[in-house]
Design a binder for this molecule. Sequence first.
Ligand SMILES: CC(C)(COP(=O)([O-])OP(=O)([O-])OC[C@H]1O[C@@H](n2cnc3c(N)ncnc32)[C@H](O)[C@@H]1OP(=O)([O-])[O-])[C@@H](O)C(=O)NCCC(=O)NCCSC(=O)C[C@@](C)(O)CC(=O)[O-]
Length: 368
Amino acid sequence: MLSRPLTSSPCLRKAKTTSRSMARAYATVKKDPNYVKIVEVGPRDGLQNEKSVIPPEVKIDLINRLNKAGMTTIEAGSFVSPKWVPQMAATDKVITGMTRIPGSHYPVLVPNHKGLSNLLTLLSSHPSSPSSPPPPTDEIAVFTAATDAFSLANTNCTVSESLARLAPVVEQALKAGLRVRGYVSVVIHCPYTGRVKYEDVKSVTKSLLEMGCYEVSLGDTVGMGTPGSVKEMVETVVGADGRIPVEVVAGHFHDTFGAAVANVHTALSLGIRTIDSAVGGLGGCPYSPGATGNVATEDVIYSLKDSRYHTEGDLDKMVDIGYWISERLGRQNASRAGKAMLAQRNRKRVEKEREREGGNAESVSAKL
Ligand SMILES: CC(C)(COP(=O)([O-])OP(=O)([O-])OC[C@H]1O[C@@H](n2cnc3c(N)ncnc32)[C@H](O)[C@@H]1OP(=O)([O-])[O-])[C@@H](O)C(=O)NCCC(=O)NCCSC(=O)C[C@@](C)(O)CC(=O)[O-]
């Protein structure tokens, strides 16, 4: 239950420019109706909950590899309080150290004025001559939740307080020429209060769009969603009144209960065309106890094969990256498709060796 009406803040009333923001949102929508845009969240959502501090060089390497594998929207880090999420502390080093490819986007999370101010200071020192590389980022993501309990745990304020805090941040970011994406967490289930009211998800989504977010990502943070609950939630959010077009919402599914790929396809069947995912199924929110990683990017790409949809990202290269980063972090690769493809490659390699060795059964069977 939200503590007070979302529209009660003066900042929000001021920011109510529905038609302008909706037009901005529509302008970014991909024209091809079967194109599925993937927002690769591995370097941010994927790493933020890792216990041991990952050096910026590894994060930079990860982002560069993802770019080379064809991912063009890669969430690169967060300008949040290092006391709350220590893992994201060196995001400034990451976004200035990574190779920036023209046309790619590297959004960073910003929770408040301080985060935006730190980012704008960094961006102001970036050379802006035509020959200089693209700026470290051109996009921020602001985030809130569908329940006060989660919002308080994650950002130390209620939902309406967070919206009031974010409205001027979004306004300033837009004035500075940044794109702004929004997140709503716990859209199905809250780890503190249980089942969520989908009308609250809709209300928060609407507020973020009215502020000027070009898109709002609906986060099943806990990963308890099922195709049935995702359908009901999305149908409530995009609703029959037609005020939130499905083109401006994205799906963000964690895979705690193994239903994330099914949830992705449910979202697609309802018209959503932007999906957040993390290579190797990395991830978890520090304030969502028990939740596991995001749906693996490899699993999303694999599941779209032989369908009417198409997307970006070279599956073989993504499988390599999933393997590499999982090894690097010393954790299990959580991508089912990734593990299956690696096993398949291994079998093929052994078969080739068998052919080369002239069918030496003993040495080959030892490798299988
Ligand atoms: C929002 C705050 C800052 C409020 O935290 P607070 O403690 O209420 O902040 P404050 O304003 O009272 O400031 C306290 C201290 O933090 C500093 N501070 C304050 N802000 C910043 C900043 N931006 N950058 C750097 N430092 C900052 C500030 O300067 C001060 O420093 P001190 O004077 O004590 O030395 C904090 O709660 C926070 O950073 N929360 C972020 C939590 C987070 O990152 N969670 C994970 C991301 S959300 C997610 O994963 C879900 C998602 C998006 O993936 C979708 C889904 O799956 O649902």
